[in-house]
Design a protein around this ligand. Structure first.
Ligand SMILES: Nc1ncnc2c1ncn2[C@@H]1O[C@H](COP(=O)(O)OP(=O)(O)OP(=O)(O)O)[C@@H](O)[C@H]1O
Ligand SMILES: [Zn+2]
Length: 629
């Protein structure tokens, strides 16, 4: 099966930062997952190099636009391998082949009558490089750039989006997973409720010459978005290369929410006008924030990926990025969080399992894979526990729910750690129960093998080292089948202890590693004996929002039937907007408590298992305030 994944082409008006790295790591992880499953993958990334802002950035750097874009594109291209990102092709919109595709498409659309020429008088934002509608202005200024737009009267070419609006609406309705997660699909449906304005797709050369010339009117260059989106086709050799239709039929784009409209509205309509099918899926993520503000080159609050890699290593950074952000939602970046998270889950949990298993095999069996011998019920339980979580992990990862997937894998690690503690191999050794010891260590080595394969898309280098230490060849072992089967290690094989995979980092004094007392309270960890005294009621959620500065807490306003606020530790499992209108079960007679400055008057009940956390909800219509019991 073929799979085609893309990142946005990044605008080269500044160097790459962690936001760009996140999208590109996500695409790389998914590409590796698909390869693990035996799929044939094309992974495209690159740079967007035309437009006003590039000219100005080049001037500021004292370079010609071409020199400037060459330099920054090179910077992007060199950054990705540092993060173990392996793309199939790096495309630049200044590539002659890409320019030819853009001109060809313009010609074609012009001939088909999809473009019109006309005078337009409007308000132009130079930051956005486009005309804004009066409705888009906030207090007379561009909401993104906080500057008043310039009145401009210009003749230009326009692309009539409204002509295909009905079609797009139908397509969205007929394909619920076209745009994911669902909140963004809703947003796009919202955009389509109003008639779409014609898109101005040309810029007069008198004002801007750094762009792709219009093939049938040399007075104009192409609007940078119209040019940029076509990279997804030119990147796979459209229209000459015979393999492009195979990739295009399997196209999935990954973007952040800032560029939702061009990808979810302009692009499918451009494809439609060209007579091509739309892409298969659009995956939209939120922002990495630094000190509560979007990490952005314009604000200058950026983290450089190469600095993080130098300090922590690529695999730790990759793991953190995927584990910490719930795909679709925003997340706050801090090095403290990176250290705390990876110390807990990689150094303590996983690293410890690896280290003690390999040490015991070395000590008790001279570094040889012991024979499995007879299986005890607890051995089977471990194997089944690990494999079922790995299976669920693979499913979550393929659905872009990376943080949940990795939480499941961490559970598998800890099943193995608890198994070690319970069977205490050192006691078996002391007692001389050799056959049992042999099975136990075989189980643990198998656990490591399965985890190493499963983790390979996220942490390719560490996975490779671990497989080599297990005496295996990564090239042969890397398959989904190998991650889902037990008993592949051959007794007698050589095992090396190797270096510590994830050394524990000096823990900065920043944050507690465990949830605070307040957060535990919000996570429903009340002692059991209290339970009987609780007043349980049905409550309807009327509003929900994140508690600022936290990743797990939501502030809910509920009716039961009077209104009150409740803080719940469920932000990693529910988006605020999904909760509004839901009826939930509330513990109504708790002493109110302040949690992160928000008064919480009760507690919402939820159930948790390996697939995540689910709220308890009444099965039919129930009045808010109804007693539960
Ligand atoms: N803070 C961020 N969090 C997550 N992804 C980001 C972030 N900033 C940029 N990206 C990624 O880069 C894409 C936008 O690329 P582009 O080069 O246009 O960046 P930009 O918006 O100009 O950057 P900036 O916001 O730094 O000015 C986003 O769709 C996303 O893939
Ligand atoms: Zn603007």
């Amino acid at each position: 099966m073929a799979f085609y994944i893309t990142t946005p082409i990044y605008y080269v008006n500044a160097e790459p930062h962690l936001g760009h790295a996140y999208t590109t790591v996500v695409a790389d992880v998914v590409a590796r997952l698909k390869r693990l499953k035996g799929e044939e993958v094309f992974f495209l990334t690159g740079t967007d190099e035309h437009g006003d802002k590039i000219v100005r950035a080049a001037e500021a750097a004292g370079l010609s636009p071409q020199e400037y874009v060459d330099r920054i594109a090179e910077k992007f291209r060199r950054t990705w391998p540092l993060l173990h990102i392996e793309y199939s092709r790096f495309i630049r919109t200044t590539d002659p082949a890409h320019k030819r595709v853009v001109q060809r498409v313009l010609d074609e659309l012009y001939q088909k009558g999809e473009l019109s020429f006309g005078e337009y008088e409007g308000l132009y934002c130079f930051g956005c490089e486009r005309f804004l509608t009066p409705k888009e202005l906030v207090d007379g200024v561009c909401p993104d750039h906080r500057t008043p737009p310039t009145p401009l009267k210009e003749a230009n070419y326009f692309f009539d989006l409204a002509r295909h609006q009905e079609w797009l609406l139908d397509h969205l309705k007929g394909h619920p997973d076209f745009i994911q997660p669902p909140g963004y699909r809703e947003e796009v449906l919202g955009l389509l409720r109003e008639p779409l304005e014609p898109l101005c797709i040309s810029r007069p050369k008198s004002r801007l010459s750094w762009g792709i010339e219009f093939p049938f009117d040399p007075r104009f260059v192409t609007y940078v978005w119209f040019d940029a989106l076509l990279n997804y086709l030119s990147g796979i050799g459209y229209p000459e290369d015979p393999s492009w239709p195979k990739w295009w039929a399997a196209a999935e784009h990954v973007i952040a929410k800032d560029i939702l409209k061009p990808h979810a509205v302009y692009w499918p309509i451009m494809l439609r006008a060209m007579g091509l099918p739309p892409y298969r899926r659009l995956h939209v993520h939120g922002y990495w924030n630094l000190n509560q503000a979007k990490m952005s080159k314009s604000l200058g609050n950026v983290v450089r990926p190469e600095d993080l890699v130098a300090r922590y290593g690529a695999d730790r950074v990759r793991y953190f990025l995927l584990r910490e952000m719930a795909f679709g939602q925003d997340a706050e970046f801090s090095e403290e969080a990176l250290v705390v998270r990876t110390n807990a889950e990689l150094a303590n949990d996983f690293g410890n399992l690896v280290f003690r298993t390999l040490s015991m095999v070395k000590k008790y069996f001279g570094g040889e894979v012991p024979s499995p011998g007879e299986e005890a019920p607890e051995d089977r339980e471990l194997a089944e526990g690990v494999l079922s979580r790995v299976q669920a992990y693979l499913e979550e990862m393929e659905a872009f729910r990376f943080h949940r997937g990795l939480a499941l894998l961490n559970e598998a690690v800890n099943l193995a750690n608890r198994y070690v503690d319970r069977v205490a191999p050192w006691e078996l050794h002391k007692k001389g129960v050799q056959a049992r010891l042999s099975r136990v260590l075989y189980q643990l080595l198998e656990g490591l093998r399965v985890l190493a394969v499963a983790l390979s898309p996220v942490m390719p280098r560490s996975s490779e080292i671990l497989l080599q230490n297990l005496g295996l060849s990564p090239a042969e072992e890397l398959s989904a089948e190998a991650a889902l089967s037990w008993g592949r290690l051959k007794p007698g094989g050589r095992v090396e202890r190797g270096p510590v995979l994830f050394p524990r980092l000096e823990k900065p004094l920043f944050e507690e590693e465990k949830p605070s007392e307040e957060e535990k309270m919000a996570e429903n960890l009340y002692p059991l004996e209290e339970f009987k005294k609780w007043d349980l009621r049905v409550a309807e959620v009327v509003a929900a929002e994140r508690v600022p500065g936290t990743d797990r807490l939501l502030k809910l306003t509920v009716r039961c039937p009077e209104e009150r606020t409740v803080v719940a530790g469920i932000a990693e499992h529910y988006r605020p907007e999904e909760l509004v209108g839901k009826k939930v079960v509330l513990v109504a007679n708790l002493k109110p408590a302040k949690i992160r400055g928000v008064l919480s008057q009760g507690m919402i009940l939820a159930a948790k298992d390996s697939s995540g956390l689910k709220l308890l909800v009444p099965e039919g219509e129930v009045e808010p305030g109804a007693e539960v019991g």
